[in-house]
Design a protein around this ligand. Structure first.
Ligand code: BGC
Length: 860
């Protein structure tokens, strides 16, 4: 019999505060049945009433599907729904009812909000920074009467809120980041237990965050506005059913004389220990107009904590080494005398002499145009703390996040002891879904480093790095998507971010290279916007999301904006206004399908490239991406029933492909010294039966000639191992994977990397996940597991290289699937586990291809 487990509402476990009109349910199965043949869901307003299906029952529905089943009733604001499920197996035997799950709706109408946005009582000057705002409201309550209480709250800035001195919830850096000029996401907290009888105190601290602090590539501040503000609504439901509501308004007391004198996401905080706000003034009502919504995503939480080793570096500095490069912050305690000031700077590396440095993140040598605001006062990733007394004092930052492994301490007033410091990793709370082991410590470490880089860059939006730019670059995200699918459950995370991406869509249909870009003021020069490979993320992420998670609602929700984006991309073909064009691309009937306009980053960071390469035309890259994205559009159009569009995109894609072949694959082959020019046509499906073999052979040849070094940049690195394997040269892929010499993945590990580096030599950011996008090859070719549709896997491990064993456990959307192999006594033993309700096609060397159902198998 089968039992449903891992119940999820819209990919979230018992979410409190969602606003998806028709939430969908999903589950996995446990038990000795093989297949689900039917299910029944029932729902009620309390757990006790579930047995009576108080508000809804789906009835027995014949289906093997475990995901995306819509709740069948219209929902109200604040409605709390318990649900549970039972399933029938292949014998038509009904299993027991599952444990109950629950979800609660947020405030669905703007009219539900009685609260007003409030801000501090001062006139902020453009570009100037201010201490954190402190708001307070005191009110009377009788706790005995309270049945439940909810707090709905968000900010333009970062808020932290307390009720009666207790911090509300465990989320940090709230409310996270959205395109604030379009939408603000609020959090919903159950605060029933925090209220008391008599006088209650509600405090809110407000920092600058992404809204007013430095943001993005250039580190501009105030990109969304100068007036940070907060809105909150505390709703108390009494046992007799009545409610009382306390809202942010001009009744709140306010001051900005609390401990946080300066705060910035990038630059850190300046804190005066022991200082208490006076709340001597009053809040002002602020004007802010945007959609108030739920994130419907996972919260940002504190995660791993690390203790340091204390180093004295050759230049005599005291430096903490946490042993792992992370994104987060450092909590510390210090004992000095009142007025003693300490300084802590966070960085990713020690220089060649072993001294602390942030030159890989801000020096003018390597990044001449980056973050000028940060360079002018050397205030970058720095905490400054002044002791308020001679007692031991503790501080944990709340308005900043930093990328670091090392912390340089200055002016520390006492012996530096590891137990006085704690590095706290902070990221979106996604479940880790892959457990990979193998006989090569280097390969294992590469996988581990990639996971750490993912953790370091998935903070409400996917950023390139947590240090220098901290920008949600679209290219990095789309290139990493297939790898990320294995590592962590980012279903809810990407749904949220795709909404951001389209919130910021330009009138001409393009999506920006970075979203949220920080309004027009914080964005990049319009000229570089819409780069191929970056803007395409607006099409490729929904496409891959749908392929991997079978979620058609993602396609429906994104279809119209994706279509506008596709039209924008198409509009860049065939422009002949460049008077030099004939010299670069000879005229032909095909030229109208080549992308000849727009700025494109191209490969980016390709070994041997120079910074000037970015100025070269990128016809090849852009045309390849256009053909590919249009093909994906055609498939998606078909999936949502837009036949006409599907035909149009398919036809156009074929024409663009033909043009690509005409110009860039002359004589049905590629003639280039650049590895990417073999990888790209293979990866994006631009070859045909005449050219396929030639290009595959070309790739194998160039890999061999390069002595199996990685020769690709951003755009092709994710595919290079896959394409070698598809060319029938998996051994070459293993050689490249295991290559210890520069440029290679393992070279970084030899240099002590604990995360993935931006450039193969490590001179730039050291926490850039995108080059870790080779891990999907490790997972599906070494580990042998691939999603092949709903409830279906393909198990096809290919042992190779120096590896004598490997194993992968993958907690997929459809359940946990495992594959392991081990070479023993000249034989390879394979073990496979398929979860209940699923099946897999097995392709194991030496065995017939066949389909197996749920169960454990050994192939000797
Ligand atoms: C970022 C990348 C980004 C790129 C555009 C860099 O500065 O760090 O990750 O995708 O610019 O090519």
């Amino acid at each position: 019999m089968l039992k449903a487990v891992k119940l999820r509402t819209e990919y979230l476990e018992n979410p409190l505060g969602i606003d998806i009109e028709k939430p969908r349910f999903g589950w996995n199965l446990e038990g000795d049945g093989k297949r689900q043949t039917a299910f029944e869901i029932r729902a009620a307003h309390s757990e006790a009433a579930l047995a009576d299906s108080e508000i809804w029952s789906s009835g027995k529905v014949a289906s093997s599907s475990m995901q995306h089943h819509e709740y069948g009733r219209k929902l109200q604001s604040r409605e709390r729904v318990y649900w549970q499920i039972r399933v029938w197996d292949e014998e038509d035997a009904a299993g027991e009812w599952s444990e109950a799950a629950v979800f609660e709706m947020g405030l669905l109408e703007r009219a539900d909000w009685k609260a007003e946005w409030i801000t501090g009582d001062y006139e902020p000057k453009a570009g100037q920074r201010y201490p954190a705002d402190e708001f307070r409201r005191v009110f009377e309550e009788n706790a005995d009467d309270i049945a439940s209480a909810r707090l709905y709250i968000t900010a333009c800035g970062i808020y932290e809120t307390c009720l009666n001195g207790t911090r509300v919830g465990d989320q940090v850096l709230t409310p996270g980041v959205t395109c604030y000029d379009t939408r603000n996401q609020y959090q919903t907290y159950d605060v029933t237990q925090l209220l008391k009888s008599g006088k209650n105190t509600w405090d809110i601290s407000l920092g600058d965050g992404w809204f007013r602090g430095k943001m993005g590539v250039f580190g501009y501040s105030s990109v969304y506005g100068d007036t940070s503000c907060v809105i909150g609504q505390l709703e108390i439901t009494k046992k007799d059913g009545t409610t009382s509501t306390i809202v942010t308004d001009a009744e709140f007391a306010w001051s900005n004389d609390g401990p946080v004198r300066f705060n910035d996401m990038k630059d850190g905080e300046t804190v005066e220990g022991g200082k208490l706000p006076s709340y001597s003034g009053n809040a002002k009502v602020a004007e802010w107009d945007s959609i108030l919504c739920c994130s419907n995503s996972v919260p940002v939480l504190e995660q791993e904590t690390l203790m340091p080793q204390v180093l004295v570096t050759p230049d005599g500095s005291t430096v903490l080494d946490f042993g792992q490069n992370i994104a987060g912050y450092m909590a510390f305690s210090v004992q000095g005398h009142a007025g003693h000031t300490v300084k802590m700077q966070m960085g990713e590396m020690l220089d060649e002499k072993g001294n602390f440095t942030v030159k890989n993140l801000i020096t003018e040598d390597t990044t001449p145009d980056f973050i000028p605001d940060c360079c002018d006062d050397t205030r970058f990733q720095t905490m400054v703390y002044t002791c308020g007394s001679s007692e031991r004092e503790y501080w944990k930052p709340k308005f900043c996040v930093q990328g670091f492994q090392y912390v340089k301490l200055e002016n520390w007033p006492e012996e530096v002891k590891p137990e006085h410091f704690q590095a706290i990793a902070v990221y979106s709370d996604m479940d880790v879904t892959a457990k990979f082991r193998c006989s090569s410590k280097n390969v294992e470490k590469l996988v581990e480093n990639t996971l750490w880089s993912m953790k370091g860059n998935f903070l409400d939006v996917p950023t390139d790095c947590p240090t220098r730019e901290r920008a949600a670059w679209l290219g990095d995200a789309q290139l990493f998507f297939d790898t990320g699918c294995y590592f962590m459950d980012f279903t809810a995370f990407f749904r949220k971010w795709m909404r951001d991406v389209f919130d910021d869509q330009a009138p001409d249909g393009k999506v920006y290279n970075i979203v949220p870009r920080g309004s027009e003021h914080g964005g990049m020069n319009e000229f570089v916007e819409g780069s191929s490979g970056w803007t395409d993320a607006g099409i490729l992420i929904p496409y891959r999301y749908w392929k991997h998670f079978g979620d058609t609602r993602m396609l429906q929700d994104c279809y119209e904006p994706m279509k506008r984006l596709a039209e924008f991309m198409v509009s860049r073909m065939g422009d002949t206004s460049d008077s030099e064009l004939d010299k670069k691309l000879e005229p032909s009937e095909y030229r109208q399908y080549v992308v000849t306009t727009g700025f494109h980053f191209g490969e980016w960071n390709e070994p041997g490239s120079t910074s000037m390469d970015v100025t070269l035309p990128k016809y090849e890259e852009a045309t390849a991406y256009l053909a590919y994205s249009l093909r994906c559009m055609a498939e998606m159009a078909e999936a949502v029933g837009k036949e006409e569009d599907a035909e149009k995109y398919r036809d156009l894609s074929e024409k663009v492909k033909a043009a690509y072949q005409y110009y860039f694959m002359k004589n049905d082959t590629v003639d280039s010294k650049r590895m990417c020019q073999y990888v790209r046509p293979l990866a994006l499906g631009l070859t045909d039966e005449r050219s396929l073999k030639n290009v595959q052979e070309g790739l194998s040849r160039i890999a061999k000639e390069s002595k199996y070094h990685v020769g690709t940049g951003f755009l092709s690195t994710p595919f290079v191992l896959n394409m070698l394997s598809q060319s029938g040269d998996t051994e070459a892929a293993y050689k490249m994977l295991e290559n210890e010499k520069y440029p290679s993945w393992i070279y970084e590990i030899g240099q002590g990397a604990t995360t993935i580096w931006e450039s193969w030599d490590g001179i730039a950011s050291r926490n850039h996940y995108s080059n870790g996008a080779c891990c999907d090859w490790i997972f599906h070719t070494v580990g042998g597991i691939r999603i092949a549709g709903e409830n279906r896997f393909e198990i096809a491990p290919v042992p190779g290289g120096s590896l004598t064993e490997a194993s992968l456990e993958y907690q997929s959307l459809y359940g946990k699937v495992c594959c392991a192999w081990k070479k023993e006594d000249g034989k390879t033993v394979y073990t496979v586990e398929i979860p209940a309700g699923c099946e897999a096609q097995i392709r194991i060397p030496g065995y017939d291809v066949r389909v197996i159902e749920a169960g454990s198998y050994t192939f000797l």
